[in-house]
Design a protein around this ligand. Structure first.
Ligand code: ATP
Ligand code: SF4
Length: 311
């Protein structure tokens, strides 16, 4: 049985009389203890996917499809039950930019206390808070500080430890290293790796293929609302099948060896009126007439690719 199974997930935002197809027919699954990453350029729907699993979408979003986490149908559970038994307890999320939304007028400890109170935590608060900060390697004196007294890296650790406070099995981290310098990025990545070793399943959302390679066993490449390729990290990085995955990998600078950087020309299609056929058609060097039709989903050794080249 898969730990996370997503089937035919669609998320549409209603905005200014238009419908944005932010996630369009996404399906994949993850085994127990596997960590994964969702990669793709800005506005392809990565955060929407994470927010949907966390049931934290704004009111203008309509969702269909199925999400099973540990066999629990996340989209069918009532709000009350999800809040009581799942959010932060089974599944939590480090939201994009969350370190900048720590409340400036409360100390870190007061903000931890607030979360525990809100969730009616019955155990020893002091013990839970100390455990959460020690997991992320923060010194105890951080608890008495206000957010403005902390560095960016420390704030990000605080936000991650808040997500871990109620000991969830599954943590979604949305761009957790963006806006941090490379050394702090490395610290945050080693922290996520440690969590993984401790049995927490991490879903990393990032546009940075370098950091993804450090943590994920499975990778989903997202383009214009769709997962266009999914599989083991080694297959995706070593033998990319989808022309978009290939282009994405070629656009990453390498420190050693000769490699020509390739930049992708053009822009992804609008998600308001996405084309009927392959969404990468306008930018793909291999585009063929039949690519104007919906691309087939082809099985690969460890996942799938959506592309007519492999039919
Ligand atoms: P980034 O990497 O820049 O965070 P992303 O891949 O996470 O981007 P999303 O934030 O999921 O992408 O956005 C997907 C699409 O949905 C975009 O076109 C975005 O403008 C749109 N969108 C996101 N949230 C809303 C909303 N609440 N209402 C309307 N449209 C939205
Ligand atoms: Fe390119 Fe066609 Fe494959 Fe789309 S389906 S990625 S246009 S070859």
């Amino acid at each position: 049985m898969a730990f996370l199974s997503i089937q035919n997930l669609k998320v549409q935002y209603q905005t200014q009389g238009k419908r944005v197809h932010a996630v369009d027919d996404v399906s994949f699954s993850l085994e127990n203890k596997e960590s994964m990453a969702i990669a793709g350029e800005s506005a392809c729907g990565k955060s929407t996917l994470g927010l949907t699993i966390m049931r934290a979408l704004q009111g203008n979003a309509a969702v269909s499809g199925e999400i099973l986490l540990d066999d629990k149908p996340i989209l069918k559970i009532s709000d009350e039950e999800f809040t009581k038994n799942m959010r932060w307890k089974e599944i939590s999320m480090v939201f994009q930019g969350a370190m900048n939304s720590l409340d400036p007028v409360f100390t870190v400890k007061q903000q931890f206390e607030e979360i525990l109170k809100k969730h009616g935590y019955k155990g020893d608060h002091q013990k839970a808070i100390l455990e959460a900060v020690s997991v992320v390697g923060l010194p105890v004196d951080v608890l008495e500080k206000f957010p403005h007294e902390l560095s960016g890296g420390m704030k990000q650790r605080v936000v991650i430890s808040m997500a871990l406070l109620l000991k969830p099995k599954f943590v979604i981290a949305d761009e957790p290293t963006t806006a941090l310098d490379v050394l702090v990025q490395a610290q945050i990545m080693s922290l996520l790796k440690r969590l993984k070793k401790e049995g927490i399943c991490v879903m990393l959302i990032s546009h940075d293929l370098g950091i993804i390679s450090e943590i994920a066993e499975k990778v989903g490449i997202m383009y214009a609302g769709r997962i266009v390729e999914f599989g083991n990290l080694s297959d995706i990085y070593g033998n990319p099948k989808h022309p978009y995955t290939d282009a994405l990998l070629k656009s990453v600078p390498k420190l050693k060896g000769e490699s020509e950087l390739v930049s992708l020309k053009g822009n992804p299609p609008s998600l308001v009126n996405p084309p009927e056929g392959c969404r990468f058609y306008d930018r793909c060097p291999h585009a063929m007439e039949k690519c104007k039709k919906e691309p087939p989903k082809i099985k690969t050794p460890s996942g799938f690719v959506l592309c007519w080249l492999y039919e």
